[in-house]
Design a protein. Structure first.
Lengths: 323, 328, 701
């Protein structure tokens, strides 16, 4: 058992190392001198160039640059090009802002994906199954921003109500309850939009998993024993078939950054995704690199967590890995 | 399940091959067939679009600006007084309306179809190629250990699965955005970057299939006959591992078209003059209140095509999965 | 079945909880729900964030919007665009002129020139009422002296565009000078004086006063070191007393001087340097008087004093050093640009800075001790929303109070009863510029014909939805300098063909225009990313093709366009626009001395008459005379057509109808007034009186 854990940990460490290298290397993809990375920018003055050189220690050898970059990042010395604030606290603050979106989005995904998936599986090939299949796929087939705009315009034009940002901007000094409701209202649209893809994908997983389980021997046995259909489906099939999904919680973490860029930009949501997009627009490389690195690291932690959960949930895995 | 598939191959000839079986199962799934048809139509439209909108004097000119006829709703006829006769649309009508510069949206959609289509196909082509090569190597040569000098650090399999893990860890859209922003958006950069970041699925499938297949008798037989490694991979292993690759490629095209439209929205999409459905859509959204068709037409077109690919892909997946197929 | 129930109940409950929150949020109609304070918070949205909150260093419009509220300038413009005192209570513009005493010459009466004799001679003429000395109030003698200076001279090697330079030390023997103090600035003073003195000034040889080891000093260099005559316009500002900075420190003349110094320090890289380069010195005379002396006649310099004034006591050398040490930086290498002040500014303006969340918002709070009385609004919130459509939607939802409508939206929004709209003609204009170094464009008839061939009105109607006006020349239409008598040429392709035929361009067998076997062909370029320019390009190309001109078009990225083509003069024709100021100075754009690489007269326009006018205009301090000359210049340029002047765009600003002005009458009862635009169409002139009401109080627009 311990050796398996060590093995997994060792592998993750290697992955982490490569992640850090790729994050750092990405912005060096630009051809030519990295200092001239953006000749298009008319404000690329000698001053900016100097700052760039300093931030990335361009005069040092490559491996030194790499080491110093991460050293500065973790000691809080690395500062954003844009406003000279330390990168780390900035990331943390934006992360907190994104968290409600992420949490509500996740709740929505789990609340809707399971009933949908189970219902489709139970009524396989029925009209309901077909229509949900199409709708669910339609949800992930619409370009996210298109759907977002249609939804926002519908709500704003019909109800004349604010949906942009963390809360009603300019509304201050309201009590705790109103504040909570205000924030809740503002979380609705972006989290629904953020959850569509999750609902679609997870409900498909649930459906196919359910299908496999429904046709498995033990469910047949249960049916044969004369148990009523609901008990068979919801007690026997669901519990056993869907246990592995517990581990998927951890796999949702990447959505925290990547999935939120567009939604957060449209909703002017001061979260991590918008921070990333704004950093890309203003060529704020310390932020861009750190964000890629942290997002990847988070995902890595997520997969580690899910591996561990899986081992707890399903003992067979343990044997396979140890093999 | 894979082994089950292979056993069937070795059954006497009068039995249907698994792919034939899968095909039959697929045809019975009418939603999936509809999806396939949507893809086929898209393909035809794209080819047609290439034919009628390219060249110096195309049949339908997507670049013809007619300022007097801007923001014409779909199915409106042109303003014959203000627009010079040689600039009038060939169809005599703006089938899908005009945009903010009076360009024919129908012609632009046709032109964009081909570009969007190529972005999807080339990106997925790159992804599949990388996926097959790395997956094939990991599956076949996985146990070979590599290292510096005598020091054997890790096996090939560890290296490649590690690489897959690394790529899976990055929030892929943000990574694509970063790279495209650094490299400057161009149609080639976008295809390559999407391709380079979405090969992991294919690689995993191919690896898994090959791991399962390589111990099979027919592969052992090939070895015994002295067939070389790469040849075994290419001639025997890959074709047998093709089904899941096909499925993930189908889904990949849908994903690439969506990714391109998202990049367009953020200003890092395929730059003009190439029209893609993505950039028609994101340009149109600025006029959502006054010319909603500029958004709704490309938005719906993307929806239908991507949906087609997804349903088609899902149908294939089910058809190729014997466990799910049996109950049909 | 518990599991089954949970599967149905959970999504229902979650959805219900989320949706019911709608009942607790404000709507456009009911913005004060739970928070009456919304009415005293004004919210504006911006696509981009501010960059640096320091009026001497900022160059972007977002920063300027904030700086305008946090800082006050010495002057600003009144509703009718005339100057109005802010931190300066009043000002006086006069002149100090200098004339070198050249003792080698003789006076008209035959006696040798000395300083005293010259003064006596002139005083006599003044007493006799000589018009040359009409404005002179005082004549004084400034004694001479010697000083050592370094000058740059050409060194061997180098190229014409990048000549090598070296420094040479010279001794300057400054002769005594006469100083004339004049009531008004008079650019012709020395011309008249010279006539009075029989060409005295022309005979002064400045090389005599400069001593160098080698014979390297040219007459031009010498004249720069010892100018025979010199105009020094002077502005004397009387400052307002008792004005406080937001930290309670009183504003005084030291702050004005300091602000000027910040701009002149090279490390600060101030974008305002060109505005203040003509300033020779800023001298405080007591706490409440500042004397600004200019090196030369430069009338447009005055308006630069509308720039916000910095607090000296927070940014002086000592404070900067302290800050540098606190941050662990080298105090000798720490400039105002590095200071934290730029993210938390302190000024004398009606609003004080309170908070800045990068890419989210900037919050300003009203300054209770503002010298003009505190504003009605308690807070000003500057919200950053990068997406234009989203910004528009916040306006409809009542979470922003103003919205700049796009041209195609104006029709739909301007009559919406929820909003009030203000149309405003811009200061900038768009044009097609012709490179007059190219032989085909040297003929004015060709340039005029090209302009006549384009249906500009169609562009305005269809591309800009009528949200633009035609313009005929280089000045903003709202200023007095614009000459309304200049008529725009008609859209007349036939006439254009005739003009071209006059110029020798005739149609060949294929219908293309040619002259001496050479086809009329050129390339029209513009920058990518500007849809309007792109549309103009297409229209122009089509129009010219119809005449039989082979026109290629090319749009390229901004940096390439500017650096490779415009700055190097490497183009045939281009589409571009100028953002103009309110002054009459066109020297940089149209003077023949400005045609070099990286200069702004990239079309190579040269006309001696225009040149002379441009020089005189920037030296003229009398508004009427300046206007007369500017109108002449406008007419000349319109005749010469170095550009086809296209249009000036209009913009429409929408405000929530509930935003009004509120003033208190004598008995303290509030009175509501409509918002009045200034002559430029700007609406924020009375911003300090603005307030929002819960329901609309004024009906008419």
């Amino acid at each position: 058992m311990l050796s398996v854990l060590l093995q997994i940990g060792w592998k993750k460490l290697w992955t982490l190392f490569f992640i850090s290298v790729i994050s750092f290397g990405v912005i060096r993809l630009a051809p030519g001198e990295p200092s001239q990375i953006d000749p298009l920018n008319p404000r690329f003055t000698p001053e900016v160039l100097e700052r760039y050189r300093k931030a990335f220690d361009l005069d040092k050898p490559l491996y030194e640059q790499y080491r110093l970059f991460y050293w500065k990042l973790f000691t809080g010395e690395l500062r954003s090009f844009k406003d000279s604030q330390p990168v780390l606290p900035k990331l943390v603050e934006r992360m907190w802002n994104s968290l409600p979106l992420f949490i509500v989005g996740t709740i929505l995904v789990w609340c809707y994906a399971f009933p949908l998936g189970v219902a489709s599986a139970v009524r396989r090939n029925s009209f309901f199954d077909k229509i949900t299949t199409v709708i669910v796929f339609a949800l992930i087939s619409v370009p996210g921003f298109y759907l977002a705009y249609l939804l926002i315009i519908f709500v704003v034009q019909t109800f004349h109500v604010d949906v942009i940002g963390l809360r009603t901007f300019g509304r201050e000094g309201i009590g705790g309850f109103l504040n909570l409701m205000d924030r809740t209202w503002h979380v609705v649209l972006p989290s629904v939009l953020g959850a569509t893809a999750g609902i679609a994908i997870l409900s498909r997983y649930v459906r196919s998993q359910m299908l496999e389980v429904i046709n498995s021997d033990y469910v047949r046995t249960a049916r044969a024993k004369g148990l009523d259909e609901d008990t068979v489906l919801y007690k026997h099939a669901l519990r056993n078939g869907l246990l592995p999904f517990v581990t998927m919680i951890a796999l949702l973490i990447p959505g925290l950054v990547g999935g939120s860029v567009i939604i957060e930009t449209i909703f002017a949501w001061p979260g991590i995704g918008r921070l990333g997009y704004e950093a890309i627009l203003s060529r704020d490389y310390p932020i861009v690199i750190s964000l890629n690195f942290f997002a990847a690291t988070l995902t890595l932690l997520g997969t580690l967590l899910s591996d561990l959960l899986y081992m707890v949930v399903d003992p067979r895995i343990r044997l396979e890995k140890a093999e | 399940m894979a082994s089950q598939g292979v056993t069937e191959t070795q059954l006497p000839k009068e039995h249907l091959s698994p792919s034939r079986l899968a095909w039959r199962a697929f045809l019975r799934n009418r939603t999936a067939v509809a999806g396939m048809l949507a893809c086929a139509v898209f393909f035809l439209v794209a080819v047609l679009g290439l034919v009628v909108t390219k060249g110096d004097n195309p049949v339908l000119d997507p670049r013809q600006v007619r300022l007097a006829d801007k923001f014409r709703p779909p199915l409106s006829s042109p303003n014959r007084e203000a627009v010079p006769a040689e600039d009038l649309p060939r169809l005599g009508i703006y089938l899908l309306g005009t945009d903010d510069l009076g360009r024919d949206v129908f012609a632009r959609m046709l032109e964009g179809a081909f570009v969007s289509f190529s972005v999807g196909f080339v990106a997925v082509g790159i992804a599949v190629a990388i996926g097959i090569i790395l997956g094939g190597i990991a599956g076949y040569y996985g146990r070979v250990r590599i290292g510096v000098g005598a020091l054997r650090l890790m096996s090939v399999d560890t290296l490649i699965t590690g690489l897959i893990d690394v790529f899976l860890s990055f929030p892929s859209f943000f990574l694509i955005l970063t790279v495209v922003a650094v490299l400057k958006p161009s149609i080639w950069n976008i295809m390559i970057v999407i391709g380079l970041t979405s090969w992991t699925g294919t690689a995993r499938f191919v690896r898994a299939e090959i791991l399962a297949l390589r111990e099979q008798d027919f592969i052992q037989a090939a070895h015994a006959l002295g067939v070389s490694g790469p040849r075994v991979i290419l001639r025997h292993l890959i074709p047998n591992a093709m089904a899941p690759v096909l499925v993930s490629a189908t889904l990949g095209i849908a994903g690439a078209i969506l990714t391109e439209s998202a990049l367009s929205f953020l200003g890092f999409g395929v730059p003009p003059p190439d029209a893609t459905w993505g950039n028609i859509l994101s340009d149109g959204k600025n006029f959502l209140f006054d010319a909603s068709w500029l958004t709704i037409i490309p938005g719906t077109a993307i929806l239908i095509v991507v949906l087609g690919f997804y349903i088609f892909g899902e149908g294939l997946r089910e058809a190729f999965n014997p466990k799910l197929r049996q109950q049909v | 079945m518990r599991v089954k129930q949970t599967l149905i109940l959970a999504p229902t409950l979650v959805s219900l909880f989320l949706l019911q929150s709608y009942f607790w949020v404000p709507t456009f109609e009911d913005q004060v729900k739970g928070d009456p304070g919304r009415l005293i918070r004004y919210i504006e949205t911006s696509i981009g964030d501010a960059s640096i909150l320091n009026p001497t260093l900022a160059a972007d419009s977002a920063s300027a919007a904030i700086n305008g509220l946090v800082f006050d300038g010495l002057i600003d413009r009144d509703l009718d665009l005339s100057f109005r005192g802010r931190l300066a209570e009043s000002w006086d513009i006069f002149e100090e002129a200098y004339l070198v005493v050249d003792e080698t010459q003789r006076l008209p009466d035959g006696s040798a020139v000395t300083a005293d004799r010259l003064v006596r001679h002139l005083e006599r003429a003044r007493a006799a009422g000589n018009p040359a000395l009409r404005l002179v109030e005082k004549i004084e003698i400034v004694p001479g002296g010697s000083r050592v200076e370094q000058i740059e001279v050409a060194a061997p090697g180098g190229t014409p565009s990048k000549p090598h330079k070296r420094k040479v030390q010279v001794t300057v023997h400054q002769p005594p000078r006469l100083k004339f103090t004049q009531r008004e600035v008079d650019q012709d003073f020395f011309i008249k004086l010279n006539r009075l003195l029989g060409g005295y000034a022309d005979r002064i040889d400045p090389t005599r006063f400069v001593e160098a080891v080698e014979p390297v000093v040219t007459p031009e260099k010498a004249a720069a070191l010892v100018p025979p005559t010199e105009h020094n316009p002077v502005v004397l500002f009387q400052l307002r007393k008792g004005v406080l900075f937001h930290d309670g420190h009183e504003f005084d003349s030291r702050d004005v001087q300091f602000t000027y110094e910040v701009i002149t320090v090279p490390e600060n890289l101030s974008p305002r340097v060109p505005d203040f380069e003509p300033v020779k010195a800023v001298k405080p005379l007591g706490r409440y008087t500042v004397k600004i002396i200019y090196k030369r006649l430069f009338e447009p310099g005055f308006q630069s004093w509308g720039m916000g004034i910095l607090p000296e006591h927070l940014l002086n050398r000592q404070r900067l050093s302290e800050e540098a040490i606190r941050l662990g930086r080298d105090p000798n290498n720490f400039s105002v640009r590095d200071s934290g002040f730029n993210r938390a500014p302190i000024g004398t303006g009606p609003f004080r800075f309170s908070e800045w969340k990068t890419d989210q918002y900037i919050r300003l709070t009203r300054f209770e001790d503002y010298w003009e009385g505190a504003p009605n609004l308690h807070q000003y919130l500057f919200r950053i929303i990068p997406d234009p459509l989203t910004a528009e939607l916040t306006f409809y939802a009542g979470t922003s109070d103003a919205y700049g409508a796009q041209p195609h939206q104006v029709e739909r929004l301007k009559d919406d009863p929820r909003f009030q709209s203000f149309s405003r003609l811009g200061l900038g204009y768009s044009y097609i510029g012709y490179n007059m170094r190219r032989p085909i464009f040297q003929d004015v008839r060709v340039r005029r014909a090209l302009g006549m061939a384009i249906n500009i009105q169609e562009i305005i109607d269809y591309v800009l939805y009528g949200q633009a006006e035609r313009t005929t020349g280089p000045y903003p239409k709202q200023t007095d300098f614009y000459n309304p008598a200049v008529k725009s040429f008609p859209y007349d392709p036939e006439g254009a063909l005739r003009l071209l035929a006059e110029a020798g361009w005739t149609r060949n067998a294929d219908g293309w225009l040619e002259k001496d076997g050479q086809p009329l062909a050129f390339t029209l370029i513009t920058n990518a990313g500007n849809e309007i320019r792109k549309a103009v390009m297409v229209v122009a190309q089509n129009a010219w093709r119809r005449l039989g001109i082979k026109v290629e078009t090319l749009s390229m990225e901004w940096a390439v366009f500017i650096n490779e083509r415009v700055d190097k003069g490497d183009f045939d024709a281009l589409i571009l626009g100028w953002a103009m100021g309110l002054d009459a100075d066109l020297y940089q754009i149209f003077h023949s001395s400005q045609t070099g690489h990286f200069q702004l007269n990239f079309v190579g326009y040269k006309n001696p008459r225009s040149d002379a006018l441009m020089v005189r205009i920037r030296q003229e301090y009398n508004h009427e005379r300046q206007v007369a000359m500017a109108r002449d210049l406008h007419r000349l340029i319109a005749q010469d057509q170095p550009y086809t002047f296209l249009f000036v765009r209009k913009s429409v600003m929408l405000l929530d109808r509930k935003v009004v002005r509120m003033v208190r009458d004598g008995d303290d009862t509030p009175r509501y007034l409509p918002i009045v635009p200034d002559k430029l169409g700007g609406i924020t002139f009375h911003f300090n009186q603005w307030l929002k009401t819960a329901q609309p109080v004024l009906t008419a627009n």
